[in-house]
Design a protein around this ligand. Sequence first.
Ligand code: NAD
Ligand code: UD1
Length: 346
Amino acid sequence: MKNKILVTGGAGYIGTHTCIALHQAGYDIVIYDNLSNSSREAVNRVSTLIDQPIEFIEGDIRDSESLRKVFAAHQFFGVIHFAGLKAVGESVAKPLMYYNNNVSGTISLLEVMAEYEVKNFIFSSSATVYGDPETLPIDENSKRSCTNPYGQSKLVVEHILEDLAVSDKHWNLITLRYFNPVGAHASGQIGEDPNDIPNNLMPYISQVAVGKLFKLSIFGNDYPTVDGTGVRDYIHVTDLAQGHVAALNYLEQQDSSEKNSSVGFLPINLGTGKGSSVLELVTAFTDVTGQNIPYQFADRRAGDIASCYSSATKAKTLLGWEAKLSITDMCADTWHWQSTNPNGYE
Ligand code: NAD
Ligand code: UD1
């Protein structure tokens, strides 16, 4: 058995997929999640898929005492930190809740890690930290700026990690900037299960397909893109999960190398490097699933940008990781999950 990893937010959408990938790569995992946006059923399904019980602790990252008990009971190599709130609109309405959860929560986690001398950390950041990019594809040195509290909370944590790396050379802090995660596990047993009406495109499309929603509104058809609709870099959640395994492998290699050199603060994009428009995604979904997706054009959504896609070079060069799954896989796996679980984990 390889090293033991604490996965905060491991019951959520990306966390569950990553736990499976980590298990398959031989890691021992402990999930720590307050279930504020997930369920025990998701954890049960991960256990079924890996065919063994999973150690799950219900707790909040802001609860330092609870975290101390977890660190005292386990010898962790590192932490993969997914726990956080992620709805942009909600963050505008409730900024204090977002800063408290995402920023204060991360500080409390890092403090307890420092107490227990666990200094390998992988953070879930987002392409949202690039704001409206000046050039495409977006590489890791691009200027960062955010326009909403959710994005700011990611950016503030990135700055905290940069300061931490300067203050103490023993910290190894990889910040993974995800582009647009979509899709579901090939089994159809786990996937994205949004509360209420989805804000993001792929879950909205799949809920129209399954008959839970009537019609898709496409936000803007006058952008300077291939067909006027917004362009994004959609990445299959299974590829994203493998990106975390690759990041962990990288930390282990640094840890065991003769030089034992510190990684410091290391930002890496996780994207495919390719952009697809809203209309291209809708067409692909219909082609793959045979489901018609009625849509109408609507006004641009406030805060949206025309195009966003990654430079995927750094992840390939440094981690030896690249996305393998196509838009077809993303649509097929989303539909498999949605059609077999129309009400998510309920
Ligand atoms: P998710 O909501 O499905 O998972 C997050 C998990 O964290 C949930 O299980 C939730 O219960 C848990 N959680 C939240 N606050 C917590 C707290 N205070 N203590 C303990 N657990 C807590 O979201 P996801 O899509 O899996 O995203 C995971 C991470 O990746 C988040 O940090 C998110 O901001 C980031 N991210 C997501 C996307 C995306 O499109 N899904 C894109 C970029 C970045
Ligand atoms: C959004 C968030 C971003 C967050 C990311 C992942 C905003 C402004 N940005 O990114 O901060 O990191 O989700 O959670 O909310 N679209 C429609 N109709 C819909 C939904 C979306 O046309 O019903 C379009 C959007 O205008 C966009 C594309 O689809 O062009 C993708 O949207 P979405 O899935 O919400 O992702 P982002 O906007 O990239």
